[in-house]
Design a protein around this ligand. Structure first.
Ligand SMILES: [Cu+2]
Length: 95
């Protein structure tokens, strides 16, 4: 609940577009767009999870290499599918 209120305050300040992914975006420390259209969420503990083009969490192997939109190579740390899945659901309920 507190997180939601903070998000609303942040949205008011930045006029960000209304994503269905607000909960996931709020929980992630860093969000990186990948070359293939997927999104990489990096959580505060350094673990990652991936969202495909269609907005669904999907499984990757830790250690797998991904390429960012700007051509950098990143290695997957952890595979927090369940964590992202529940956050994405949270975001959808808020809409
Ligand atoms: Cu990945």
């Amino acid at each position: 609940m507190l997180k939601k209120l903070l998000m609303i305050a942040a949205l008011g300040a930045v006029a960000a577009p209304a994503f269905a992914h607000d909960a996931a975006r709020a929980a992630a420390q860093q969000i990186i767009e990948l070359k293939d259209g997927a999104t990489l969420y990096v959580f505060k503990d350094g673990k990652m999870s991936m969202e495909n083009k269609l907005g669904r969490a999907f499984r990757m192997k830790p250690g797998e290499v991904m390429e960012t939109k700007d051509g950098q190579k990143l290695m997957m740390v952890g595979d927090e599918v369940m964590r992202l899945e529940s956050l994405l659901k949270e975001g959808h309920q808020g809409n």
